[in-house]
Write a protein that binds this ligand. Structure first.
Ligand code: DX5
Ligand code: ZN
Length: 215
């Protein structure tokens, strides 16, 4: 049995109250967040529009923990520099949005940032097989990207154990995470839990994070 990786919790700011982002960031940090997950959507790659580097820059001023930018955008290679300059500590791009994954990973690393790849629920693992060893995180989507508060999909979660066989680093799971689904994905080998509505929808984020960390 291999040593279990430490469970890390990344509240997704998509479900935060954007009228007081600074306070929401502080709340998540006080509750024990290891990092903050920032959902960037362009209305093309997904059917929703959220925020860009200017907002990440503001978040960076308020946050002490690492900021993870999850780019759900077309042509991510065009924007990694802006997100790096804005203060993202890790940039996660979608494999479906890119032709040359190796080049974008190198670019992100050359900017001094960590690089992650995300795969949509129906995307097969073979699309990332050749690049996993260059990555700092693999992020498995367990909802179709675009919106918070959707129902967890069981089928894409099955990919986690397959990825774990070929990748020893951080495996994140994004979409529909709560205590029950978190247990399921951790048992399959994931160790980074992204949760939006579950955490921000609660009035006791701290106790939920404590519970998630010991699953
Ligand atoms: C969805 C985003 C998620 C979202 C998760 O496209 O990538 O990060 O915030 O929200 P919940 O945890 O509510 O499913
Ligand atoms: Zn996300």
């Amino acid at each position: 049995m291999e040593k279990k990786l430490k469970i890390k919790i990344a509240p997704s700011l998509l479900s935060a109250d954007f009228s007081c982002l600074g306070a929401e960031i502080k709340k998540a940090e006080a509750a024990g967040a290891d990092m903050l997950h920032v959902d960037v959507m362009d209305g093309h790659f997904v059917d929703n529009i959220t925020l860009g580097p200017v907002v990440v820059k503001g978040m960076r001023k308020a946050a002490r923990v690492p900021l993870i930018s999850h780019l759900m955008i077309e042509n991510p290679e065009k924007y990694v520099e802006s997100f790096a300059q804005a203060g993202s500590d890790m940039i996660i791009f979608h494999i479906e949005a890119i032709k040359n994954a190796e080049a974008i990973i190198k670019k992100i690393h050359s900017l001094g940032k960590k690089a992650g790849v995300s795969i949509r629920p129906k995307t097969p693992i073979k699309t990332i097989e050749n690049i996993v060893n260059l990555l700092d995180e693999v992020l498995v989507m367990t909802v179709e990207p675009g919106f918070g508060g959707q129902k967890f999909m069981t089928e894409p979660a099955e990919k986690i154990s397959e990825i774990r066989k070929i990748y020893k680093g951080d495996i994140g799971v994004d979409g529909g995470i709560n205590l029950e689904t978190a247990k399921l994905v951790i048992d399959k080998g994931a160790n980074v839990l992204i949760a939006g509505s579950f955490l921000f929808g609660s009035n006791d984020m701290k106790s939920l994070i404590e519970k998630l960390k010991v699953l």
